[in-house]
Design a protein around this ligand. Structure first.
Ligand code: GZL
Length: 330
């Protein structure tokens, strides 16, 4: 069972901007995250004890998401947060989830590094009665009704929006697709959305695992394998920034000889757009800590919550200004 049945959300163009989420700065408060904090200290009895397994720190997007989550799930805001970084390893996430069950937290939240491989631990969590809030990435599991609610972006719509820009602006481009972590919801759905629009223009694909270094390595190889490439569609900005390094090392001009279409919209990615090294960026907003805190509070209180909350984003082309980039929250 695919983790969610996403409502089709056509992503807004460059002009229209709206999101489901308030982008206000999140509440302050001390960060009680740690490697298994003991929680429950004096006065801690009325805090909502949350176990959060974050998949890693692989990208600017993830860093911004982690900051938002920690700021919103603070002790001042009423949470006792145990935050564990899995360094992009599923086995580390599964261990953390089992630890949260052993600690009998009130709510478990996690962003699954890939979609599959969770059946056993999700069944254990279900048997424990601890509610699960799925964050960002999606799961594909045989466990019935494995989580109470999911919050994140419509990855397929992001791929579609990127493809629509290419169809409109570069219909003859020969595209190399630089993919995120293979088997992750973001990679699977962005590939699907993009491929449905301009699949016949794609001449090659490889994964850069959402990291800058691996993105650079993948593009160094692709430049050898596909010398006629004229565009890269990268599943995130960090890999796209690695691609810029590889393209320049090969004596070519990013944004001109090889255009780059990206997803995320972190500051470094939008700076590349201002610098004309990226050509188009589809935003994927990581700053939803406040909305997540609201969902977790309702779940802890046994209140009804929507099955999914979609973060609706915008997209940027090279008309973006330095002032726009400087004003960005992340
Ligand atoms: C998207 C998120 C992806 C980002 C990458 O919501 O899961 O993971 O696009 C990050 O930057 O690594």
């Amino acid at each position: 069972m695919k983790g969610i049945n996403r409502a089709r959300t056509g992503l807004a163009g460059v002009v229209a901007t709206f999101t489901v989420l308030a982008l206000a700065a999140c509440g302050g408060g001390s960060d009680t995250s740690g490697d298994g904090g003991d929680g429950g200290d004096e006065g801690g009895s009325d805090l909502i004890r949350v176990g959060f397994s974050q998949l890693g720190a692989e990208s600017g997007w993830r860093t911004a998401n982690t900051e938002s989550v920690k700021e919103s799930l603070s002790e001042d805001a009423g949470f006792d947060l145990t935050f564990v970084d899995a360094q992009q390893k599923q086995e580390n996430q599964i261990k953390a989830l089992r630890d949260f069950v052993a600690q009998d937290v009130d709510v478990i939240a996690f962003s699954p590094v890939i979609e599959t491989g969770w059946d056993e631990v999700l069944q254990e969590i279900k048997d424990s009665g601890i509610p699960v809030v799925l964050v960002d990435r999606t799961v594909d599991t045989t466990v019935d009704d494995p989580f109470v609610t999911w919050i994140g972006a419509d990855f397929k719509a992001e791929g579609t929006t990127a493809g629509e820009w290419v169809a409109e602006n570069a219909p003859d481009a020969k595209i190399f697709e630089l993919q995120g972590t293979l088997g992750s919801g973001a990679q699977v759905d962005r590939e699907e959305g993009f491929g449905e629009v301009v699949g016949e223009q794609i001449i090659g694909k490889a994964s850069g695992n959402f990291t800058r270094a691996e993105g650079k390595t993948a593009v160094e190889a692709a430049l050898q394998a596909y010398p006629d490439m004229t565009m890269i569609f990268t599943h995130n900005d960090d890999m796209g920034l690695g691609a810029i390094e590889a393209i320049e090392a090969a004596g070519k001009v990013p944004g001109k000889d090889i255009q780059i279409v990206s997803v995320d919209g972190v500051r470094d990615g939008l700076q590349a757009l201002v610098d004309k090294k990226f050509n188009y960026v589809v935003e994927c907003n990581p700053v939803f800590g406040d909305q997540l805190a609201e969902l977790i509070t309702k779940v802890a209180d046994g209140e009804d919550v929507p099955k999914e909350t979609i973060v609706i984003d915008k997209a940027f082309d090279q008309t973006i200004t330095q002032a726009d980039v400087d004003a960005r929250a992340y």
